[in-house]
Design a protein around this ligand. Sequence first.
Ligand SMILES: [Zn+2]
Length: 547
Amino acid sequence: MSQAIEERAKANELWSKLRFDPSTGSVWLDEQRMLLLHTGSLGALRAELIRSLGEERAAGLLLRMGYHSGVQDAEIARRLVGDGNYEDVFLIGPALHQLEGVVEVETVSLDLDVEAGHFAGEFLWRNGWEAKAHISEFGVGDHAACWNQIGYATGYVSAFLGRRVRFEETECRCKGDETCRIVGRTVEGESEDLAPDDIAGEIDAMAEEIHTLRTRLGTHRAPENLVGQSPAFLKSYRLLERAADSAITVLLLGETGVGKEVFAQWLHDHSPRRDKPFVAVNCGAIPHDLIESELFGAEAGAFTGAQGSRAGRFARADGGTLFLDEIGDLPYPAQVKLLRALQTGEIDRLGSDRPQKVDVRLIAATNVDLAQAVADGKFRADLFYRLNPYPIDIPPLRDRASDIPLFVEFLLERMSARHGRPVRGLSDKAMEMLRAYDWPGNIRELENVLERGVMLAEPGGVIDVDALSLPVPPAPQSGMRLTRDGQVKDRKADDMVRAMPDLDLAANEARLLDEALRRAGGDVAEAAKLLGLTRRQIDYRLKARNY
Ligand SMILES: [Zn+2]
C-alpha cells in the first residue's frame, strides 16, 4: 500500500533528513547533496538524449543515472535503520523515491529474504514524472519507457541486498496502460542492463585523445605518486620536470607533510640515475652525535660504540641520489663536512684520513626558512648558497584544495587494499568538509584522517562525516573554518572584505570598526580583540573619528 510506504517515511522521519541551506546554495538529504530540478528541464534533457543518441542509448544512460540514485538511497536507508524489520527498512527505498518527487509507489507483493539473498516484488507506480515527460514529448507508444525509475529500483534493491536484481516494467502509461507496474527478482550473474554500450567506448576514446593533447600541453595528471591538477601543484611540478634530467642540486621547500620525499623520489625516478640507489635521510630524526657517521661512515673504533667500519649514506647513494630531509636540523659541524663533500665530491669517513670519491646527486628539503636560519647564525651561508641554486616551493594542501578529491581517490584505493576494507568513497558532505578544512598537517594529516575513515566506515559503504572525526564543524552550517594556527576564521567576514566597494583605506577601516563594535555589542576592548588590535590602537583609531 502506498499508505504503508508513507507511514514508513513518517516513522523514520525522512522529512527531517531533508535540509535546505540556501546560504551556501545546497540541499541535503541525510549526507547526500541533492538538487531541486525542474521536471521540465530534466524532461527536455531526456528528450534531447533520445533524439540525439537514439532511444536505446538514451535508455541506457537514463537507466544508469537512476541506478546511481538508487544505490545512494540504499546507503541512506542503511544509515537510518540499524536493525529492525528488514521489510520495513526495505520500504525506505520506495518512500525516498516518493519523497524525492519521482513517483508514488504502491506495493502489490513483496517476498524478501535478506539472509538468503532472495527478492521478488511487484509494485505499482502512479504519478511518475518520467512517464509524464515522455508522453508530453513523444505521445503514447508501444513500449514501456520509465527507464530512469527502473534504474533506481534496480540500483536500490541490488545495493540493499548485495545481489543483482532485475526489474521489468510490465505495464506502462507510455504504452497506454492505466498505471505503470514493475516486477523484479534476484538474478544470478551479471545482467546486461548496465554493461557500457558503444557510447562509453566512444567517450573513452575521446578521453584518451584529450589526455594526449593535455600531455602535449604539459597539464597532464602527474604520474605515479605525485597527485594533482591544481595550478599551485602544476607550478611546482613543471619546475620539477625541468630539473629531472640534470644533476643540479634541488632544494624542496614546504611545510611538514606536503610530500617532499615523494617529490624527491619522483625526481630520482625520472633522472638518468633512476637505476642507481635513492637514499633518504631525515636529518631531524638522527641524534646530533651520530649524524656524521650516518652520513659519511665510520672506521672501526672511530667512536664509542662503533663496531666495525661502516659505509655512510653518502657512499651508499654513490651513482644515485641522496635525499636530505629537514636539512635545517643539521648540526653545524656536519654542515661543514657536507659543504666539503659538495665542493670536492669527496667524503671523509670518521676516523679515516683517506678521502673517498662519491658521485651523488643531492636533493635537500626543509620546512624552516633557511635564509632566516642563516641570519640567526644557525645555518652556514656558504652551504645555503650551495643548496639553493634551484629551490622548488611545494604548496600546502589548503592552497590546492581542488586536488583533494584526487588524493582521496588515490589514498582510499591504497588504504582499502592495505586494510582489506573496501569503501565506496566519501559522502558529498564529508568531501565538502575535507575541502573546507585547513590541513595544518597537510597530506600526511589527510592520510591519517582517511585511514581512520576507512576503519570506521561500514565495509562496502561510504565514509561519512562521523567517520572522519575532523576538529571542525561542517562548513555549510557555520561559515567558519579553522586556520593552521588553530584560529577560527569567519568566511562571512572574508566575504565582507571582498565585498568592499573600493580600496579606500579610511572608508573600509571605518566599516571594519563599525562592524567590530556591532559584534562586540559596543564593548571597545572586545572589538579590539576581534580586530587583532591592542586597546591603545583601537582607541587611537576611534579618537581619530571623533567617537
Ligand atoms: Zn512507466
